[in-house]
Design a protein around this ligand. Sequence first.
Ligand code: NAP
Ligand code: F7E
Length: 348
Amino acid sequence: MHGNEKTKKALISGITGQDGSYLAEFLLAKNYEVHGIVRRASTFNTERIDNLYVDSHKENAKFFLHYGDLSNSSNLRHIIDKVKPDEIYNLGAQSHVRVSFDQPEYTADIVATGTLRLLDTLHDYIVASNKEVKIYQAGSSEMFGSTPPPQNESTPFHPRSPYAVSKVAAHWYGINYREAYDMFVCNGILFNHESPRRGETFVTKKITRALGRIKYGLQENLYLGNIDAKRDWGFAGDYVEAMWLMLQQDKPDDYVVATGEIHSVKELLIEAARICELDWEKYVKIDSRYYRPTEVDALQGDATKTKDALGWTPKTDFKALVKLMMEHDLELARKEALLKEDANEKNK
Ligand code: NAP
Ligand code: F7E
């Protein structure tokens, strides 16, 4: 950055989540001042970003957290007024598809109406301040639902869960605010992306975590749902760069972000078990409670537009991703087993 260039400010909703943590790291490395919205919880929920925290009283502090929630417009307005961001990344969501069938109304309130709250608050702020603020909306391949692969920006949506329907609404709210008020809104349509930081109830992490624990004798079985479902899995660390690139273009647009590789859950299981040298069939059991009332059978993204327009390509393929997650979770299980052994020794 040149000496006289102003430090850009980014505001991230969902900063405590998988993507929020990678995006915060990415933007800090680009010398942004990063502000995140954090929900108040009775236990700590900042584990993924604790390494980034610097005492905000320090002169070199570039990372700030603000209590807030996508259910609360006045609080969003207050945060935007205070931070005066150049870019907003709306990553906050109840992001679990299966859970969205149990909590449909809450999911819609945060994922769909929460996005509307943020867009409308931002519109008011832009009018009042006459400042341009760009906003990224975290859209999902789940919006394609039952439309057969490969899916790109022109593929029709057929959402199959309250989560996916809410993401479609958020996507169209974004387009409407772009067309109605000339706001710089980009919808990313991101296919599944994973990492060692993935939430433990998503299938990739559930598998690598469980196989690691089985390997070290800490767990007996792994219960899964539909292992024939197919997904296009990429690495979250690669995908946050695409979010940022979208906001660096001259015009706002919508982009698919994907690897183009498709594998079934069963294939993921086989690859992870191969790394651990385990016979997965001995340990995996099917439990219908992990089935969804309506399933998304196959997602495979065609990210040609994103590659051509943003120059973005994924750096991590399926095998490298499984290796990264499996090795991380084997190490985690090894440490857990050691701690357990130590505790058993002390109790003797
Ligand atoms: P995640 O790990 O589940 O993180 C979600 C984040 O949203 C967390 O920081 C969570 O806070 C926050 N949040 C939940 N409810 C909120 C509320 N009411 N108000 C404000 N924040 C709230 O999700 P992710 O995998 O990082 O995904 C990031 C975004 O991309 C989400 O919008 C997701 O739907 C979307 N997406 C994800 C994928 C994927 O494969 N990962 C693909 C496409 C789109 P707590 O930590 O307090 O729970
Ligand atoms: O399921 C099947 C399940 O929960 C993947 C979210 O980040 O990506 C994610 O949504 C597949 C599904 O991710 C289990 O039925 C089998 O077909 O890991 P998942 P998801 O539903 O694709 C999209 C793009 C998002 O936007 C979402 O926010 O795996 N599956 N057995 C299972 N899934 C889970 N969770 N648990 C099982 O035991």
